[in-house]
Design a protein around this ligand. Sequence first.
Ligand code: B12
Length: 230
Amino acid sequence: MEEILKRIGDLVAEGEDDDAVEATREALEMGIDPMVILNDGANAGMEIISEQYNEGEAFLPELVLAGDAMSAVIEVLFENMDAEQAAASKIGTIVMGQAKGDVHDIGKNVCAALLAVNGFEVHDLGTDVTPKALVEEAEKVNADIILCGTLLTTSLPYLADVKQYVQDTGNGDKIFVGVGGGPVTPEFAKNMKADGWSRTSFDCVEMCKKLVGECKPNAQEMVYVNSEDR
Ligand code: B12
């Protein structure tokens, strides 16, 4: 099992999307849990390439190729998830999207995939999404949580607009707003009165579980999950 997971990680890091998909199918046929493939295989590959990028050993085009390979693997994992099982164990509905002005979607896609395999019904509106679009979709599907993230400092104001728009449309006591992504600090999240903030995609799942399980929207205390503190 370790060998195939390492192979998937290496292929994602190298941006070999077709081979990564083939290896993923092989791992699924071996009966490996899609969550394990995502976390210990594909995500580990993204970590490798991100580190190489940070060290100046890899460049943007390589990172983009790795992101494409990651997205292709996520798609196969989604196809192979047991929809009925997921629906039966549904713990909440989430509408999510990357903030207005931002087209970075790799981290968001990882969050979406992890949330789906953890029992959330996920409506992903993609990138460059307006607060209005998020709220309208949330009203339509009766969502518990709106998640909005960004990697761009210039898109931070739009995150604050999401919470404001939720309040303005009278949804403040019904819908949680969770935020995250590189430049989104816990302080920023608190100031914009977000209901939750988290660091990584795994933290994002924990944050969403806490929100629907233990909290009420607009509570004074923001849910904060950062595995890097541990
Ligand atoms: C790949 C990349 C791109 C690709 C994006 C491809 C794609 N499909 O996503 C391309 C080439 C398109 C791109 C474009 C640009 N980019 Co760029 N990009 C990156 C890069 C190198 C990696 C991001 C990534 O995918 N990481 C891998 C994923 C898995 O990690 P992650 O995104 O951090 O996500 C994790 C967490 O943040 C969290 N998370 C993510 N989203 C969310 C959401 C929620 C709700 C939660 C709770 C958690 C969460 O969970 C994830 C998994 O653990 C970063 C640098 C870096 N090292 O981060 C710059 C970076 C983000 N880019 C940057 C910039 C400036 C740009 C451009 C403006 C460049 C330009 N001059 O044109 C454009 C902007 C385009 C736009 N309008 O959005 C800056 C942003 C600086 C800032 N703070 O504002 C960075 C930080 C580079 C830098 N050091 O300057 N970029």
